[in-house]
Design a protein around this ligand. Structure first.
Ligand SMILES: [Zn+2]
Ligand SMILES: [Zn+2]
Length: 129
């Protein structure tokens, strides 16, 4: 019985992340999950996000402010709005030559790099003009 509930709650957390598609924070996932299942606890949501990310079912996006979660995708960069905090996928291809160059120069085995662009999103830009 307990196992069944765990599976159902993990699926709910996964569904929320996929349904949002806007790089939600753990708190945003919790709020949405709570609206569907009022018994789900914050700890359960956080734990399931970690499990899903560790299993490779979703991506954990490490950002300067707070970690976000998103659907599996190829490596890509992010843009974070410094006004409203919205996170977007940057429409720029991942540059793996950087990883190779960094490996050569440093002698380290570089696996990847993460880049976050910061600026104002179109909506905030419009509001400020
Ligand atoms: Zn914004
Ligand atoms: Zn993304």
């Amino acid at each position: 019985m307990k196992k069944q509930r765990n599976t159902r709650q993990r699926q709910l957390v996964l569904d929320v992340v996929l349904a949002r598609g806007d790089h939600p924070t753990a708190d945003q996932v919790y709020a949405d999950a709570r609206a569907i299942d009022e018994k789900i606890s914050r700890g359960t949501v956080y734990r399931n996000l970690h499990t899903l990310a560790a299993r490779g079912d979703i991506l954990q996006v490490k950002l300067p402010d707070v970690d976000r979660y998103e659907e599996l995708a190829d490596r890509h960069y992010h843009i974070i709005c410094t006004e409203c905090g919205a996170v977007y996928d940057a429409p720029i291809p991942y540059d793996d030559t950087l990883d190779r160059r960094a490996s050569e120069i440093s002698g380290c085995d570089i696996k990847r790099h993460r880049t976050t662009f910061e600026g104002r999103c179109p909506e905030c830009k419009q509001r400020c003009e």
